[in-house]
Design a protein around this ligand. Structure first.
Ligand code: MSP
Length: 512
């Protein structure tokens, strides 16, 4: 058994969660569930990023005390995860006392090793993004923040700096030697290109309290707080015991995969590895920066005002269909176009017509022809779907391990379609009419067996549906293990017919 530590970004609490946040978190939850299914020990971390001026301003605008405001919005994230069956092992908040202590400990330690200094500084700063930009970057973006396209401010002040530049050659060498660290490959190429063409500036890691009051106090100087990004990145180690629980920390760190979208690639591909290196800590195995959900050409985001509320989608199509749509619709790494017709098409084809129909008709047949009870005839794998079953056995796990969720599900769809075709070609009603009961029995057993194995593989993506299928097959949820994803393992089925798992969506009208 090995360990698996997976993280999402910690989300800003200046607004409630939308489908983009749900996407990354469902991805991480699925990776965690997949590893648990494989029998590994898993730590899945998500949480909220609660410091910085923009959070304080949001609280002010809401007329609330800052702590009360962050408590409430952080709670919205936590609630959403429950409502979409996302089960983190820990939910970290940057206002947690242990986190603040870890941040201060890191700064003291970097100061002791000579990686922090104080200097005067003039720069362009974007308040909403909490990011500094060089004059060239702002100019190239047409005079506004390159990220959010809002006005930037010129700022001159004394601050504390982290010696990022000192580690540039090291980072370039590391990335060259480890091209699978930043994924997918285009992200690796992008960061390599950036490092080759730009000299890294040292990172300003403090903010004077007179300008930014809501943050972790800078341990070297009480007039300052810690820069929110420096604070935030450290959640990945504070949450697994950095500085307080050496055993726990040694058990989980380094992370096996850290998911985020490409908007925060720079922070995770440059700042974060260098911070770890300077602390003498190992780097995560994989940093995976996926693409964006867009509507038309626009990224879905609060500032663009085009958000999709995951709770609305769940109300329309259910939890599992929402999770399935997010994972299946787009290959991880690419941008995806969100639209209601795309949701309808995906749910109707893959879930209502294919999976749901297969389960429903098979359970029906077992009830009609065998009184819902069937003892295993023989274990041979039917020729009709041998190829697609073997493709699942060969590729599903490999693709899940490589975070190719859409590809893994596509492989499974091939198998489900082959089973449906098998029903259409076999015409079981004729077998029954002609009294070929042995053939009919074998035919239904094979379908039940195929469905059982699909339920096991689908469980990281659609845990509820897999549980329902298992119950309908008369099996214990505890038997839903990868070791049982083997042909012919069920000795007997006592099935119960239920409602179709996924009703077809007939109304393809417009949804928000
Ligand atoms: N607080 C920082 C992260 C600190 S991590 C140490 C932050 N927060 S955020 O609330 O803005 O979340 C950004 C993340 O939300 C993205 O990287 C991505 O994981 C997710 N997404 C937000 N909008 C998204 C899309 N439109 N599409 C895909 N993912 C999206 O940045």
């Amino acid at each position: 058994m090995s360990k698996f530590y997976v993280t999402t970004p910690i989300y800003y609490v200046n607004a409630s969660p939308h489908i983009g946040h749900a996407y990354t978190t469902v991805i991480a939850d699925t990776a965690a569930r997949w590893q648990r299914l494989k029998g590994n020990q898993v730590f899945f971390l998500t949480g909220t990023d609660e410091h910085g001026e923009k959070i304080r301003k949001a609280a002010e605008a809401a007329g609330l005390d800052t702590q009360a405001f962050v408590d409430a919005v952080s709670g919205n994230f936590r609630d959403l995860w429950e409502k979409i069956d996302v089960c983190p092992d820990f939910f970290v908040r940057t206002t947690n006392g242990f986190h603040k202590k870890a941040v201060q400990e890191v700064i003291r330690s970097l100061d002791a090793s000579g990686d922090i200094y104080k200097a005067k500084y003039t720069s362009l700063y974007c308040v909403p993004c909490e990011s500094f930009w060089t004059a060239t970057q702002v100019k190239d973006a047409g005079g506004v923040c390159p990220d959010c396209r809002r006005q930037v401010e010129t700022i001159e002040e004394e601050n504390y700096f982290f010696r990022l530049s000192k580690y540039q050659d090291w980072l370039t060498g590391y990335l060259e030697a480890n091209p699978d660290f930043l994924r997918p490959r285009p992200r690796h190429n992008e960061v390599m290109g950036f490092l080759k063409n730009n000299k890294l500036d040292d990172l300003c890691i403090s903010r004077p309290k007179k300008r930014v009051s809501w943050g972790v106090e800078f341990p070297l100087d009480p007039d300052y707080v810690v820069y929110v990004w420096f604070d935030a990145l450290l959640n990945y180690i504070s949450a697994v015991g950095y500085g307080v629980d050496a055993l726990k920390f040694a058990k989980w760190w380094p992370a096996d995969v850290q998911f985020m979208a490409k908007d925060i690639l720079r922070h995770h591909a440059i700042f974060w590895p260098i911070m770890l290196k300077a602390l003498g800590l190992p780097l995560p195995v994989v940093v995976f920066a996926h693409g964006w959900w867009k509507i038309g050409e626009e990224k879905i985001s609060k500032s663009k005002g085009n958000i999709v509320n995951p709770l609305e989608l769940i109300k329309d199509i259910g939890i599992d269909a929402t999770r399935y749509f997010l994972l299946r619709e787009v290959a991880l790494g690419l941008d995806g176009n969100y639209s209601w017709p795309a949701v309808v098409l995906r749910v109707n084809n893959d879930l209502a017509n294919d999976l749901g129909n297969l389960v429903y008709r098979t359970l029906n047949m077992n009830e009609k022809y065998f009184n819902a009870q069937l003892v295993r005839p023989d274990k041979s794998l039917p020729q009709a779907f041998r190829d697609s079953f073997e493709a699942v056995q060969r590729d599903f796990g490999r693709r899940m391990d490589a975070y190719e969720f859409s590809g893994a599900l596509e492989t499974l769809s091939g198998f489900i379609s082959a089973m449906n075709k098998y029903v259409e070609n076999t015409k079981p009603w004729n077998l029954n009419k002609e009294g070929r009961q042995d053939e009919l029995k074998k035919f239904i057993y094979d379908l039940l067996e195929g469905i059982r194995i699909c339920a096991i593989y689908l469980s990281p993506v659609m845990p509820r549906t897999s549980g329902i299928i298992y119950r309908q097959l008369g099996l214990e949820a505890g038997q839903m293990t990868l070791a049982n994803a083997v042909w012919g393992c069920a000795a007997e089925y006592k099935t119960t017919k239920g409602q179709p798992l996924f009703p077809r969506i007939e109304d393809i009208g417009v949804r928000p």
